[in-house]
Design a protein around this ligand. Structure first.
Ligand SMILES: C[S@@+](CC[C@H](N)C(=O)[O-])C[C@H]1O[C@@H](n2cnc3c(N)ncnc32)[C@H](O)[C@@H]1O
Length: 217
């Protein structure tokens, strides 16, 4: 497993993490007050735990990789659920704060397309990150790398708003539909299982869930 020691500079990155109190105050939680944001985050955690499944026992945790973990709220919650969690983010400030919270996950500073692991994971998560990746080549490179980290029968779970077509939100967001994720991931041996919308008020975001059915080419 590699850990970049380089100080990362990214359009989302360190400045935002230093400035914001609430790690979830972007993407799907935008537009909700604090209690709405907290409710949505709790709902999403429940959905995520159901998609990933339970560890068979305390000695047989599932391995989960949280790519773009931010300050590690989901990583910590999944570790509390009995999973063995690795987590990374391009923002060294976010990773420092996540590490400061403790709680079980192993953290690293790395980019979505640069993270390497000797062991594939049972579940690879990328929550509220890919719609911040505006450049299509960088987005495809990120998916290519994340796909390579999923073990046979394992899951890749990413979040986005599925509006049926590509949608640009100002100068900070690009939402891509299921068809775009399928076109990128199916040639890499991942099959689209479903889009699970959060179903929270008027929110249009949800989980795109893929399963590895063939070897990574
Ligand atoms: C909205 S936050 C989501 C954090 C966390 N996944 C969550 O759901 O609470 C987006 C995160 O993606 C990270 N990020 C953006 N681009 C990235 C990249 N290319 N590689 C790794 N992390 C990235 C940002 O630093 C930020 O922490």
């Amino acid at each position: 497993m590699t850990e970049s020691t380089q100080e990362c500079i990214h359009p989302y990155g360190d400045t935002r993490h230093r400035a914001q109190d609430d790690p979830a105050a972007s993407g799907p939680t935008t537009g909700f007050d604090r209690s709405g944001g907290e409710l949505l985050r709790a709902l999403r955690l429940g959905q995520l735990l159901a998609i990933i499944g339970a560890p068979a026992g305390p000695r047989t945790p599932l391995s989960v990789l949280d790519a773009g973990c931010g300050r590690g709220w989901f990583a910590r919650a999944l570790a509390r659920g009995g999973h063995r969690v690795d987590a990374f983010d391009v923002s060294s400030a976010a990773v420092a704060q996540a590490r400061g919270e403790g709680g079980g996950p192993r953290y690293a500073v790395a980019d979505l397309s640069g993270w390497r692991s000797p062991r594939p994971s049972d579940a690879v998560l990328c929550l509220d990150v890919l719609f911040h990746v505006l450049d299509d080549d960088a987005w495809a490179a990120a998916l290519h790398n994340l796909a390579s980290l999923v073990r046979p029968s394992g899951r890749l779970i990413v979040t986005d708003a599925d509006l049926g077509e590509r949608a640009v939100g100002g100068d900070r967001l690009v939402h891509r539909p299921a068809a775009a994720y399928r076109a990128a991931l199916e040639p890499l041996g991942l099959r689209h299982r479903h889009f699970l919308p959060y179903g929270f008020r008027e929110n249009t975001f949800g989980f795109q869930v893929f399963t590895r059915v063939r070897r990574h080419p």
